[in-house]
Design a protein around this ligand. Structure first.
Ligand SMILES: Nc1ncnc2c1ncn2[C@@H]1O[C@H](COP(=O)(O)OP(=O)(O)O)[C@@H](O)[C@H]1O
Ligand SMILES: [Mg+2]
Length: 368
């Protein structure tokens, strides 16, 4: 999948921007506050339906305007072209369109444009709670298993009902009635996740050999209950405790993707830069897995590639991105060295200045 045209309207300091992205590397360079990250934010809105910087739409819409919109022409990996657009206003109303037709479900919209996002905050994937890593894993399962999204929603609903019943002794007799379906769905989710991890590991390992050749990284799914038990058995064993605590303490909602180095969690021993490289390996692997399974290429958004990475590692990462042939949108604070990257791998530089985007080879304004 790649963007062949992008229009942005009233997003942060981007009043009106139109550009024709290159099919490979797109370098947005310019001073702090010029609007580079906002350009990535616009693509992220198209891919995911929300920003990666803020959950508050008010802060993203340009001051003194009521709505923002992003529109893209896209071409899939089989040459099929279509368009997608999203508009959000201050009243929290969202309109999504695919090929000019309104799109009812955000999950359908979000499936269109698979993105991998790498930012200076990326290392948090290893440091924050298990939920972040489950989300990373579920992203991959969601894209290859059409039933996964509905299964997750059903599981969450059943879990909520069970938790509500656990909190009231008068409803304990009803617990058994949720459990059967909860267990069935929980086991199914787990099966999908385990299969996904297993298929991901060879790709992670390949990227790891380039990015962290000295480190041997363990990467393992812990399903959220005792290894040798069925979910039904685990729920039985924890029932007394769950009644005391008023919530379900075992199940795939407690799963973890353990990323380790020897006996330690990876983030306890790796430097920030190494953590970033490891996470890049994970994202590169997700992208390769998606391409191997569905023939779909992800789009990479890389905000401030240079942060935490030395020159040799930046080059290694760029080399991997180049070899994978994805469309990449990168931001940088200056133009230094990027023309060579574009010449070597194919790409285009865009100078961003106070919300305007200028194409390098042509001094005319692309946005106004
Ligand atoms: N809602 C908004 N309306 C108008 N301008 C905004 C809004 N939110 C942020 N800005 C401004 O947009 C600019 C772009 O920020 P950003 O994309 O983060 O820049 P960069 O990544 O190039 O450093 C900043 O100067 C910021 O002050
Ligand atoms: Mg920025």
């Amino acid at each position: 999948m790649r963007l062949t045209r992008l229009h942005i309207h009233h997003l942060r300091n981007l009043n009106q921007v139109s550009l024709n992205p290159h099919s490979h590397f797109n370098i947005f360079w310019g001073e702090n506050g010029s609007g580079k990250t906002s350009l990535l934010e616009a693509i992220h809105l198209l891919g995911v339906g929300r920003s990666f910087r803020s959950r508050q739409i008010q802060s993203i819409i340009m001051h003194e305007h009521n709505a923002l919109s992003c529109f893209a022409e896209i071409k899939d990996d089989f040459g099929f072209a279509t368009s997608m657009g999203i508009e959000k206003n201050r009243q929290a109303h969202v309109t999504c369109k695919i090929g000019g037709e309104p799109c009812e479900r955000l999950s359908q919209f979000a499936g269109m444009l698979p993105l991998q996002l790498i930012t200076p905050e990326t290392f948090k994937l290893l440091q924050l709670g298990a939920e972040e890593r489950r989300r990373f894993l579920d992203w991959g399962v969601f894209h290859v298993e059409p039933s996964f999204s509905d299964l997750c929603q059903r599981y969450q609903r059943l879990l909520k009902q069970r938790n509500a019943a656990l909190k009231l002794a008068s409803r304990w007799s009803s617990l058994a009635s949720w459990e059967r379906e909860l267990c069935q769905i929980g086991e199914k989710l787990t099966h999908f996740r385990e299969a996904h991890i297993a298929s991901l590991i060879p790709f992670v390992e390949k990227a790891r050999q380039t990015l962290l050749p000295q480190q041997s990284i363990g990467f393992e799914y812990e399903k959220g209950w005792g290894r040798d038990l069925s979910l039904e058995e685990a729920l039985q064993q924890s029932l007394a405790q769950d009644k005391r605590w008023g919530y379900t303490s075992v199940g795939p909602h407690r799963a973890e993707v353990a990323v380790t180095l020897g006996n330690f969690a990876a983030h306890q021993v790796l430097s920030r830069g190494q953590q970033k490289l490891l996470i890049c390996a994970l994202y590169l692997a997700q992208a390769q897995r998606l391409e191997a399974t569905l023939g779909k290429k992800c789009i990479f958004l890389v905000d401030d590639l240079a942060s935490e990475l030395d020159k040799a590692n930046r080059e290694r990462l760029l080399g991997l991105l180049a070899a994978q042939g994805n469309q990449v949108f990168l931001t940088a604070v200056d133009a230094l060295g990027w023309q060579e990257v574009c010449d070597q791998f194919g790409g285009e530089m865009f100078h961003v200045e106070q919300g305007l985007v200028l194409e390098a080879n042509d001094s005319g304004l692309v946005g106004g």
